[in-house]
Write a new protein. Sequence first.
Length: 363
Amino acid sequence: MVEEPIEFEGPEKLLEIWFYPKKTKVPHAEKSLRSIGYDKWEELLKLVKCEILSTISTDEMDCFLLSESSMFVFDHKLMLKTCGTTTTLLCLPKLFELIRDELQWNFQCEDGVLNHPYKVFYSRRAFMFPQSQRSIHRSWSEECNYLDKFFVSGKSYVIGRVEQNDHWNLYVTKTNKDLCTEANDDCEEDFTLEMLMTGLDNNQSQQFVTKEPREIDGHVIGNKMTKAASIDQIYKFDTSKINFNIDSFGFQPCGYSCNAVVDQSYYYTIHVTPEQDWSYASFESNVILHNIKSTSTKFDVVNKVLGIFQPLDFCMTIFIKANAVECVDIDFPCSKVANYRKEDKIVHDLDDYQLIYIRYTKI
């Protein structure tokens, strides 16, 4: 991770834009987000104050490991997740310029100002050091005001206990169903599990501290950290039948990031800030277990991640498209999260999505 003065802000800003409901709805198959050149993405990410470390790809997506977290590009959607004092939302003018000039995509409303792609999400945990943020990212209201300058029908939510300063913020736009050509058009399954962990166990955090010489490549360090922490063992599946690849980077003297691809369309990503005064780790996954024939349950995955970091507390968010098989998560049996007590559970129905937010503390 890029050096920051004194403290480092681990909690990420997460921007997810679905321009179209699924790959097959992209107007011209030969032109999609994945057609945009590497140099154009580099240029865009400079506005965010981060850079590309490496990439891995499948038939369905390109995964960018960044100096501050990750970016995932599919034909029809993009996810940008950045930590530290990055300026995530300031890439929006450039992004819409790119899709207009490179792809001839136009999502402008009749007013010629606001845009209405299929769906937009922006979320983040409350910052540990909000005073260190840049520009509009110093406050949630400023971020929402900025988003409202780009998107139609956006709504903002503050979820959890505000007074404890570990609440979760969400901005989401209304689904543009006009981009589904038929009323009964099947849209892509969507599921996202995110775990935001603080107060990491000191012994576990040491797995993400290195004393390697400066000349050792961060990917070499990252691979060692991946193996030591068993990050490549979070999901159980038949590797002879399912494509699996992991791109890891270990920062000096400490810190870790990885993007893992499972099959062609699924990923999980982990980012770790191990310094004890502001320790933090995040896990995000869009893996739909029944689609990869995994022998893991969601509870196995959650408990595996907790075993790696052993945080004092964490919040978990589960986003499910309302018609997805994974929608059973509304009855998530909180007691199956070993050694943790549920403090809050909040459920929101958001247009065609369902959100479950659960906060836990260690027993």
